[in-house]
Design a binder for this molecule. Structure first.
Ligand code: UDP
Length: 317
């Protein structure tokens, strides 16, 4: 197959490219490096079945030749990434998704939209099922991301209903692994950076907010199962093992080994986080289990070990 991955130099996009290349596909990755990095795809650059195009898909999205699938992952995705780039985030979810959908339509390709658990906002239903419509503040600081992704889902469904395009929507929950951006401010890179440098581990508030963390290779596996399935309604892909952020801080400290002397400290969250930070988040993955036969396989201990090993190599460089 010949597959376009927009956002291919991002954290998740680059792992997706790796998996597609390993499966024998031809991969075209597109990225403007707004939050992605050339380092994430450096190892693929000379591969005969890999091509990279530096392009901002808000300006247009085109490739020569046939395409079997377009996987639209282009977007800042961390709170720091989208709060630093609010207009670009809204444009890539709207104009960018439109351009990617048009390309898929012209080429007769399958289309997969990377959506997010953020479409559920600060959820009033727990755990979150795909049938939940969400609780998003349309003018909150996070709305640039949440509403862009909600628009992208609506646009994807419109192409499916109006043109009969083969579309898929994956709602991605918190994902972690090597190649997360150490500066993106998310809890996983923050805590790991702090633990491997014996710095205080900064839990915001009282640490009672919850998340559930999925290792990136599990996520990629779920995304590809969805792509090749016939399911056109959204499917949650995430790890249903919910924990508090305080429990997660202890897990990271333990995974960093006995040499880690970091203390766990409680901090006031940065101002942009106070209003909109979802308090609880955990996927209901019944649909992924029944429709795709998917569930996560990598334990938190194993995933953290791989991720910490990666961050240690960065710290040495
Ligand atoms: N968080 C924290 N310390 C940090 C970074 C984040 O306690 O140094 C908390 C944050 O307030 C939120 C959770 O960890 O409750 C997850 O935040 P993250 O930025 O990873 O992503 P989100 O799930 O909010 O998109």
């Amino acid at each position: 197959m010949r597959i376009l991955v927009t956002g291919g130099a991002g954290f998740i996009g680059s792992h997706l490219c790796d998996r597609l290349i390993a499966e024998g596909h031809e991969v075209i990755a597109m990225d403007n490096f707004i939050t992605g990095s050339p380092n994430n795809i450096a190892h693929l650059r000379d591969h005969p079945r890999f091509t990279f195009i530096q392009q901002d898909i808000t300006q247009g999205c085109d490739v020569d030749g046939p395409l079997d699938a377009v996987m639209n992952l282009a977007s800042p995705a961390s709170p720091v990434g989208y709060l630093d780039n609010p207009i670009e985030t809204m444009l890539v979810g709207s104009h960018g998704t439109y351009h990617a959908l048009e390309l898929a339509r012209r080429k007769g390709a399958r289309f997969l939209q990377a959506s997010t658990s953020e479409v559920y906002g600060d959820p009033l239903e727990h755990p979150q099922k795909e049938t939940y419509w969400g609780h998003v503040n349309p003018i909150g600081v996070r709305s640039v991301y949440d509403e862009a992704k909600r628009f992208a889902e609506a646009m994807t469904m419109a192409y499916h209903r109006y043109y009969g395009l083969q579309t898929r929507i994956v709602r991605i929950f918190n994902t972690y692994g090597p190649r997360m951006d150490i500066r993106d401010g998310r809890v996983v890179p923050n805590f790991i950076y702090q633990a491997v440098n014996n710095l205080p581990i900064t839990v915001y508030g009282d640490g009672s907010a919850t998340r559930a963390f999925c290792y990136v290779t599990d996520l990629v596996d779920g995304m590809l199962r969805l792509l090749w399935s016939e399911e056109t309604l959204p499917v949650n892909i995430g790890n249903p093992h919910e924990m508090t952020i305080l429990q997660f801080a202890h897990a990271v400290k333990a995974a960093a080994g006995p040499e880690c002397t970091s203390e766990i400290v409680f901090h006031q969250p940065p101002p942009a986080r106070i209003a909109d930070d979802p308090q609880r988040r955990c996927p209901d993955i019944t649909r992924a289990r029944t429709i795709l036969g998917w569930e996560p396989r990598v334990s938190l201990e194993e995933g953290l070990a791989h991720t910490i090993a990666y961050f240690r190599t960065l710290v040495k460089e």
